[in-house]
Every structure is written in C-alpha cells, then in structure tokens.
Design a protein around this ligand. Sequence first.
Ligand code: NAP
Length: 333
Amino acid sequence: MQVRRIVLAKRPTGMPEESDFRIETLELPALAEGQVLLETMYVSVDPYMRGRMAGLAEPAPPYNIGDVITGSVIARVVDSREGSLSVGDLVHAGYGWQTGAVAKGGTLQLVETGSLPASAALGVLGSTGLTGYCGMTQVGRPKPGETVVVSGAAGAVGSVAGQVARLAGARVVGIASTDQKCSLLVGRMGFDAALNYNASDFPDALRAACPQGVDVYFDNVGGPVSNTVLPLIAHGARIAVCGQMSQYNLEQLETTPAIPTLLLNRGAVMEGVQLMNYRAIYPEARAQLAEWTARGDLHYEETLIEGFHRIVEAFQMLFKGGNIGKLLVRISE
Ligand SMILES: NC(=O)c1ccc[n+]([C@@H]2O[C@H](COP(=O)([O-])OP(=O)(O)OC[C@H]3O[C@@H](n4cnc5c(N)ncnc54)[C@H](OP(=O)(O)O)[C@@H]3O)[C@@H](O)[C@H]2O)c1
C-alpha cells in the first residue's frame, strides 16, 4: 500500500508556509508478526509543532529536515498481524502527518471515547483537554468566588481550562479575538464574561470585568494580551503559563521585564504548565472530563478541516485564530 506524508523541507521563518514542507509518497512494507496496517482518520495540528519545526530542543525534540511531522492521529486498523487488534479497531498513534502507516501493536492505544466521537480522543479527552484540566486544577487551583482569566479561551486548551474553573465555582472571564468567539464562550460554555482583545476598549473592559483583580490567570498566548492582564493580578494570584501563541512565530521573543516586581509586590506565583508532570492524574482527569461532557456540564467544540492536502493550511489557522475548540484534519471517514 502507498501512503502520502508531509515532511519538513526547511525551517520556517515567521508564519510556516506550504513551501516549508514537501509531500512524499511512500510504499509501506508487508506486515510482520505483531504489526498492523493503519489508515489515518484524523490528524492533530498542534502549536508545539512550531518549536519542533524551528529546531528548538524544548519542550519536545526538534524535527530534522526531511523528517515526517510526527504527532497524534486517530487511525483505523485495516489489516492486522497483532492478536490484540482487529480490523476496524480505532487506535491512537503518533506517526503524524501521514495518510497511513505500519505500526507495532504495542505502540498503539485503543480509542475509548464512550458516547463521544472518536475525534474527542484528540480533543477534550486527549492532550488538549488534559492540559486544560491539569493546568487549571494543579497550577491555577481556583477557589469558589475567585476571578479566573483565560487567554486563548475559545481554543482547545483554553475552552476546557475556563470551564474547569467555572465548575470549581470561580467567576471566569475569557479572552479571544472575535465577538463570535466571545458569544460562544458566554452562551455555550458558561463563561461569566468574554472580551475581544482586538476591541479598542479591551483594557478598560478587562478592568471592569475584574473589579477585585485577577486571582488566576491561565495564559495560552502571552504578548500584548498578557501585558494587559498581568497588571491586574490580585494578591496571592496564581499565573499558569500554559502557552505563548503570540511568540511562536517570532525570531526574537518579546520580553516583559516588570514581571518579577509584579510577583514580588503581589505575593503571586507564576508556574509553567507541563502536561507530562501530571501523568499520575490522567485517568482521573479523563474520567472527569468524560463525565462532565456526557452530562452536558462541559461543552466542547471542534473545527474540522477536510483533506490531507489542507494540513499545512490547518496548522497556519492556529496562528490566525481560524479555529474554535480543537483543530483537526479529517483524512478519511
Ligand atoms: N504546556 C503544555 O503542556 C501544553 C499542552 C498543549 C498546548 N499548550 C499550549 O496551549 C496553547 C493553546 O493550544 P491549543 O492546542 O489549545 O491551540 P488553540 O488555542 O486551539 O489555537 C490557538 C489559538 O491561539 C490564539 N492565537 C493565535 N495567535 C495569537 C496571537 N498572536 N495573540 C493572541 N492569541 C493568538 C488563536 O485564538 P484567537 O482567535 O482567540 O486569537 C488560536 O485559535 C498554546 O500556547 C499551546 O502551546 C501547552
């Protein structure tokens, strides 16, 4: 069987372009004992891939030039020489931007999403949902009545993080790029307020939405949005630094030198969220997210892009704000 895959042709400068990648066709080998043949259904595009494309060593190892862009996929078993997996099983694999693959059975996890669609294994029940849950419960630690601000609030991680805080009894204020995203945050996800950071009155509106200050800031974007939020942190605030979307395409990172003084003056803490640190609570987190979602207490969204040829376009959408909730590319039904 032949498959297509997307490899890194050169390291992107600024926004990744189609010309930074190359599509290759690959003949898969015949199955050996213990292997399965997989057909890709959904490919995940994720911000951390940008650092790997740039050749950065953290938080994940870099892609070399010529490497396939590895990452999470959901695939269907179409042939099996592995006793524990049958044709038709859906699995979670890590081979990335490729239409299919041969994989060892032991490297795959069966998709278990209960009443939710299989794609949820890459979203609310996958690493983005887990990051929102673990980052908010372990680093943000919101208490009832506290004010929690979430940037990148309409995205995959932010939408879960904000709702986890709401379910903990906090007042939640989301920040996003459009009025449409803000309406969804309040109307469907139960945020108490949502603010468009492109509106000219954004700083005043944020101050008005947080009259007692910000007890928890869950930050996915950094840059100018964070420069507006951080001066409002309350005494004893927790700042969960989950991501810095505004910085990933920059050659020179923006710096905010006033932060140490701010932390000192307000007795606040700032902590980086590293999902891997919370492995011990993944089962509890997945079970809780599944229960809330099935009960309708947690609303999740997906943006589905159709077709292997649109993977790079989908990846760019992360940086253009083109997605609501988890951004996925559907390769086959
Ligand atoms: N620490 C961890 O373990 C971990 C794990 C997973 C993800 N993350 C981080 O979590 C964050 C969200 O990831 P995700 O997968 O859920 O992506 P996402 O939020 O679904 O998509 C990215 C969003 O970022 C916003 N954005 C893009 N460029 C921006 C800019 N210059 N300024 C402000 N906002 C910008 C856009 O929303 P708007 O339209 O609202 O601007 C876009 O929809 C990322 O920073 C990612 O690196 C961290």
